[in-house]
Design a protein around this ligand. Structure first.
Ligand SMILES: [Zn+2]
Length: 324
């Protein structure tokens, strides 16, 4: 069973399943011979998870991460891996474990079209510590964050429409490289932040990416190949660039001083997108770099550490999973 999603389970439970010859913990109309696997099998909070499916092709399939109470934590649609002998028999979905999820047992449910349950893959979410910090905002930054503005709502809706879109192109499966050469970080993924406003009131938020403390004018480069799907000024995030890398996965670059690419452009990893700055809501020059997976913010370091969409690793993994 090594290499299957079930190896995260206690041995006794595994034996119990084998003795009962339960077919893959299935509780729906699962086509005979289907196989499922996860990379990694033991994700931590904030990690991306590659869900692999091999079996009869299905349309509109999605992977849904649920807690033990059945609450939906995140989800992502499956897409086909190209060049696999022209067949669509192996599909992948990349979903994010939210940094706000509770560590412990969870389940990834693979749903067919019409929301029919196909299979449930048990897993255990690993916990991790996040930093807590307070950020004091002057009147100008307080206004940017709190003042109602219809334009802000329009910009939020525009960005959401992009980030929740699952396209069909795979420009890069990773690994990604950091967008600046500096390793000086002034903000970390998952930081629990308290914003202190100019009038003394406060609000909380969770930091969605990494802040690099770099001087204004520092070249900012694409972390991997992709298509520029947004390159414009936004009230809160200043001059902003968003790149699509593979279905459902996007990198975001905020607070730039200037943008040097256009929407629709195809870029290589390392292409200069612009120069860093302090536009939008910023207390000083820095680059905010963020990765979104099916709309959910995800730890960028996980994308630097490994190719999240590595076809060889995916095929290798699924081929080791036994068909019950
Ligand atoms: Zn930031």
């Amino acid at each position: 069973m090594k290499g299957s999603p079930f190896s995260a389970l206690p041995r006794g439970f595994l034996l119990f399943l084998l003795i009962l010859r339960l077919p893959c913990l299935l509780y729906g109309q699962e086509p005979a011979g289907s196989r499922f696997a996860l990379i990694p099998e033991d994700p931590r909070l904030g990690d991306p998870v590659t869900v692999i499916y091999a079996g009869a092709p299905g349309q509109g399939m999605k992977a849904v991460l649920l807690d033990t109470g059945g609450r939906r934590l995140s989800q992502a649609f499956f897409f086909s891996l190209p060049g696999d002998g022209g067949e669509d028999s192996v599909k992948a979905a990349v979903l994010a474990v939210p940094s706000t999820a509770k560590p412990g047992p969870a389940i990834i449910r693979v749903e067919g079209e019409n929301g029919k349950n196909a299979a449930g893959i048990p897993l255990v979410l690993g916990g991790r510590e996040f930093l807590a910090e307070e950020i004091y905002l002057d009147q100008e930054n307080t206004d940017i964050r709190t003042r109602p503005d219809p334009q802000k709502n329009i910009e939020t809706a525009q960005l959401s429409a992009i980030l929740f879109r699952t396209g069909g192109d795979i420009f890069s499966g990773g690994p990604f490289t950091a967008p600046v050469t500096s390793t000086r970080r002034t903000g970390f993924f998952g930081d629990r932040r308290i914003f202190r406003y100019a009038d003394g009131s406060r609000d909380t938020s969770i930091h969605a990416g990494i802040d690099y403390g770099v001087p204004r004018g520092t070249p900012v480069r694409a972390c991997a190949s992709g298509r520029v799907v947004l390159a414009r000024f936004r009230i809160v995030t200043g001059y902003s660039v968003v790149i699509e890398h593979f279905p459902g996965t996007y990198s975001l670059y905020y607070h730039l001083d200037k943008i040097q690419v256009e929407e629709g452009a195809l870029v290589e990893g390392g292409t200069q997108l612009g120069e860093s700055g302090a536009t939008g809501l910023a207390t000083g020059p820095h680059l905010h770099w963020e990765i979104r997976v099916a709309g959910e913010n995800t730890d960028p370091d996980a994308f630097i550490a490994r190719p999240v969409l590595d076809k060889e690793a995916i095929l290798d993994k699924i081929n080791k999973v036994a068909v019950f």
